[in-house]
Write a protein that binds this ligand. Structure first.
Ligand SMILES: [Fe+2]
Ligand SMILES: [Fe+2]
Length: 228
């Protein structure tokens, strides 16, 4: 069952799916394509593609496992992991004959960043946007994600040794550094102050990450089977 309540131009959506209750306040009008559990729930309500004004976004009321990491701890851990990978790349850049290692590392960096940004965009950002009054900050974060995706797409089509390969990885690392600083110094403190249920969001994010990783594993296995 889903109920949309409108109040002074703002839509509040409540979706009940089994034991999960999602409540969101929507402000943006840009169409969003759900690929999360909330999409399946929304589909069953009669819509697959919704607008932010009529849908979004999930300040989840799911129950989190005791001792589970909250959303900010999960994202901060990802940031550290990616930072270390960029530092490892810098070391490889300063060594001879490390093309194979570079290629493997950059593939991992691209996978990590893709997973991280997707989970932020599907779960964390909409919840934060609905809870803090700072669309400018959230819009900038969206644009920075778009820039990173563009470089990731280019790198996925390249090999180490290609023209500008190292430069693209370096610029991606610098852009990610800048973006992470804004998230950690501005967005996360605002999210904490807004008293979001960060533990429930963390649980949702981990579930979604596992779902995406399982999908990636399956498609890699298929590719390998075709290649064999
Ligand atoms: Fe992040
Ligand atoms: Fe981000």
């Amino acid at each position: 069952m889903c109920v949309i309540v409108r109040c002074a131009g703002t839509a509040v959506l409540t979706i009940r799916a089994s034991d999960k209750l999602f409540v969101g306040v929507a402000r943006r009008k840009r169409p969003i394509h759900f690929t999360t559990r909330s999409q399946r729930t929304a589909d069953s309500c009669g819509g697959g593609t919704l607008t932010h004004t009529e849908s979004t976004m999930t300040q989840a009321k799911t129950r989190s496992a005791p001792g589970a990491k909250d959303a900010i701890a999960i994202l901060t851990e990802d940031h550290k992991k990616v930072k270390k990978m960029f530092m490892d790349f810098e070391k490889l850049m300063n060594s001879e004959n490390k093309e194979v290692q570079k290629g493997t590392l950059v593939k991992k960096i691209c996978e990590e960043l893709t997973l991280h940004t997707q989970v932020e965009e599907e779960i964390f950002y909409p919840a934060v946007r609905g809870a803090i009054d700072d669309d400018e900050l959230m819009d900038e974060a969206d644009v920075e994600h778009d820039g990173a995706k563009e470089l990731i797409a280019q790198l996925e089509d390249m090999e180490p040794g290609d023209d500008h390969y190292d430069a693209k990885v370096t610029v991606l690392g610098e852009n990610v550094d800048h973006h992470v600083k804004e998230e950690q110094d501005e967005m996360f403190p605002k999210a904490k102050k807004a008293k979001l249920d960060l533990a429930a969001l963390g649980t949702q994010m981990l579930e979604r990450k596992q779902e995406l990783q399982a999908g990636d594993d399956a498609s890699t296995a298929k590719k390998n089977a075709r290649a064999a």
